[in-house]
Design a protein around this ligand. Sequence first.
Ligand SMILES: [Fe+2]
Length: 190
Amino acid sequence: MSTLINSETPISTTPLAGSSIAFSELVERLNSQTSPPTLEQLNLWLSSVEILDADLEPYIGFKEGNYWRHRVCRNEAAEMLVICWRPGQQTPIHDHNGSHGVVRVHQGLMQETIFAFDVDKGLCHDTGRECALGTVTGAEVPDIHQLGNPETSGQDLITIHVYAPPLGVLKTYKLGSSQVDLYTPNDFPT
Ligand SMILES: [Fe+2]
């Protein structure tokens, strides 16, 4: 299952005074890691970072064909991405093949669907939910999920992702099938 932080009351994009760090400090912190931070650390850091539109300006850009991944930083321990989604754009169904990850919704509405893999039945739908602006949500290593900007949202979506260790070869899945494919993301998936 995914670990949802503040599921009832999504955090503000501006954390409480005294508890926040600047976006640049988070990037420095990630760049200084020599081993992958824990899921709990990533949750805490992404929950307590104050992110201004100006911080993300270098990483904002949309494509009509697919969502667009913009890398902020990457080393052997962790990576950070900003992902820009037009309405209707979504990832394939995938897992993170040994990495854990945390996502924060900076602008718009993110749809997350969680799947369960059954050896006999293949891939089954498990749960789905919408994550409002400010939501911070983490994915444990075994999670199989799909993220996207709902077709009906009527607005662009901007999300911030931290993975530890950085994503390598991912597994992708098909609903109702036990077929598993391998994929190396470059511009896809998240
Ligand atoms: Fe993912």
